[in-house]
Write a protein that binds this ligand. Structure first.
Ligand SMILES: Nc1ncnc2c1ncn2[C@@H]1O[C@H](COP(=O)(O)OP(=O)(O)OP(=O)(O)O)[C@@H](O)[C@H]1O
Ligand SMILES: [Mg+2]
Length: 280
């Protein structure tokens, strides 16, 4: 398996704090993967993302893109950001222009695309993200979920080699979440690697093909979803939820897994779910 982005023993402490936010972080994002990064509030997910596109620089340890150490020369960082797109956790930190249309075009214009191509791509992305009706609204009039969708569109439209999404589904309603996941699938099918941080373990289970679990600035588990979710004790100790579908699958009677039908009566099924503590 080749690795697109690799961190080795990274340390980072924010100025004026005394606890490291990254404390010997070593992880790898496989090329072509759909990687989910999970872990508690404050375990260092956003700090890792800010390192990945060169906004922060590790105080020790190393970070590699396709096997080569990061260079922090201005031109190299600029080039790296064309290849690695980061969608911030907080959309307010990312939106800079007045309207969604202007903001989504900004990265393409910066990268020197011709006006015709910019218009084509932005209009297509507005449709795909269900944002057409908001295209010319003042951004400061929009809701947090709408702002988040604009920042997502602004990165997806650039089609970088690696897309990093910091809690992309936070603030999104179910319809917007489906739209986002459809766009991610479309882009992933074109060969783009995607890594997202999320607290939604059900999304991790259904979406990811590679899972990284962090705690206190380092990685505690990483591997395929099955490898990771089999470590139920570690996940429980960390206070993380076991995905509902995985829990349900484990709890199914052997006969159901082998094709026997579950109860047809929904109340009986609900009673069965509650006696097996699946939703707790
Ligand atoms: N700008 C900052 N200045 C000082 N400390 C910070 C700053 N940003 C984050 N930290 C600290 O660094 C640690 C890691 O924070 P980080 O935001 O990376 O966690 P996270 O895993 O993204 O959390 P969440 O799930 O809440 O988004 C935390 O202890 C946090 O308090
Ligand atoms: Mg965060």
């Amino acid at each position: 398996m080749s690795m697109l982005l690799e961190a080795q023993d990274m340390m980072y402490t924010y100025p004026s704090t005394d606890r490291p936010a990254l404390n010997g972080l070593s992880l790898a994002i496989p090329t072509g993967s759909k990687t989910a990064i999970c872990g508690h509030n404050g375990c260092g997910k956003s700090t890792f993302f800010l390192h990945s596109n060169g906004i922060l620089r590790p105080q020790s340890g190393r970070l590699q893109w396709k096997g080569t150490d990061y260079s922090y020369r201005k031109a190299d960082i600029h080039a790296l950001r064309q290849r690695i797109g980061l969608v911030f956790q907080d959309p307010e930190q990312q939106l800079i222009l007045n309207t969604p249309y202007e903001d989504i075009s900004y990265g393409l214009r910066n990268a020197g695309f011709p006006e015709e191509e910019i218009r084509r791509r932005v209009e297509q992305m507005l449709v795909r993200m269900g944002l057409t009706h908001l295209a010319d609204q003042p951004i400061h009039h929009l809701s947090l979920g709408q702002k988040k969708r604009i920042t997502l569109a602004g990165i997806l439209v650039l089609e970088p080699e690696l897309i990093l999404l910091d809690e992309p589904t936070a603030y999104l309603d179910p319809k917007s979440e489906v739209q986002l996941l459809e766009q991610l699938d479309r882009i992933h099918a074109q060969g783009v690697t995607i890594a997202m941080s999320t607290h939604d373990m059900n999304l991790v289970y259904t979406w990811a093909d590679w899972v990284i679990v962090m705690d206190q600035g380092r990685v505690v588990l990483s591997g395929t979803p099955l490898d990771v979710f089999q470590q139920t004790d570690t996940l429980m100790t960390l206070g993380l939820r076991i995905p509902m579908l995985y829990d349900l699958w484990l709890a199914l009677p052997e006969s159901w897994r082998n094709g026997a039908a579950p109860p047809r009566d929904m109340e009986a099924f609900k009673a069965w779910v509650s006696t097996h503590h699946i939703l707790q």
